[in-house]
Design a protein around this ligand. Structure first.
Ligand SMILES: C[S@@+](CC[C@H](N)C(=O)[O-])C[C@H]1O[C@@H](n2cnc3c(N)ncnc32)[C@H](O)[C@@H]1O
Length: 197
């Protein structure tokens, strides 16, 4: 078995054992261990949340004083402690629903959004970055000053332009590839700390 397949199987097995809905959960947990994007009592918004692995992790990290809400175009089964909104990140009116559920602004916005993959890399990359800009418009309306964010990016021509756009909004933006993310995959994560500082 190739090393990358072994790694993928390792996280898939771990997710099954620990009751997480996706291997992706470990990417969020690893990023959070390094940067504490989400802490106890945080209000968290998860954009592109299905099937719900990140939501499950966010519920644990935010604890019983926190609130967690996720948005996706795809239906998913309920997660205890998280509120699900079926909708698109390209529809800015979901902002009202998010704020209404939270009853205040969020402390963290996490985005793992991915379009339907066509296999044409430049098209998939451009579409994913466009979804990230939509997420960041929602973020601008729901994230409290000093809040944090994570954005997954399919790395390509527009990644650094998106990073520069985020850099204008946050005190610190770090580019990371958590070890739970397979090496050959071109996904990277921008970890953004200190909104509006
Ligand atoms: C990689 S999955 C997210 C996995 C999730 N973080 C987890 O741990 O289970 C990406 C998600 O983005 C969603 N998505 C794609 N386009 C969207 C859009 N316009 N609005 C909301 N969600 C979208 C997809 O439906 C998919 O569920």
């Amino acid at each position: 078995m190739k090393l990358i397949d072994a790694k993928r199987d390792h996280y898939r097995k771990l997710a099954k054992e620990q009751g997480y809905r996706s291997r992706a959960t470990y990417k969020l947990l690893q990023l959070n261990n390094s940067y504490r994007v989400i802490g106890p009592g945080f209000y968290v918004v998860d954009l592109g949340c299905a099937p719900g692995g990140w939501l499950q992790a966010a519920v644990k990290l935010a604890g019983n004083k926190g609130k967690v809400v996720g948005v996706d175009t795809t239906y998913m089964d309920d997660i205890s402690g998280a509120h699900f909104i079926k909708g698109s990140v390209e529809d800015e009116s979901i902002t009202d629903e998010i704020l209404e559920y939270l009853g205040g602004k969020a402390n963290a916005v996490i985005c793992d959004v991915s379009p339907q993959i066509t296999g044409h890399w430049s098209m998939d990359h451009a579409r994913q970055i466009s979804l990230n800009y939509s997420c960041s418009k929602i973020m601008d309306k729901v994230l409290a000053p000093r809040g944090n964010a994570i954005f997954k990016v399919f790395d390509g021509d527009y990644s650094m332009e998106f990073r520069d756009y985020l850099k204008k909004k946050f005190a610190r933006v770090q580019l990371r590839k958590p070890s739970a993310s397979r090496k050959p995959s071109s996904e990277l994560y921008f970890v953004c700390l200190g909104y509006g500082l």
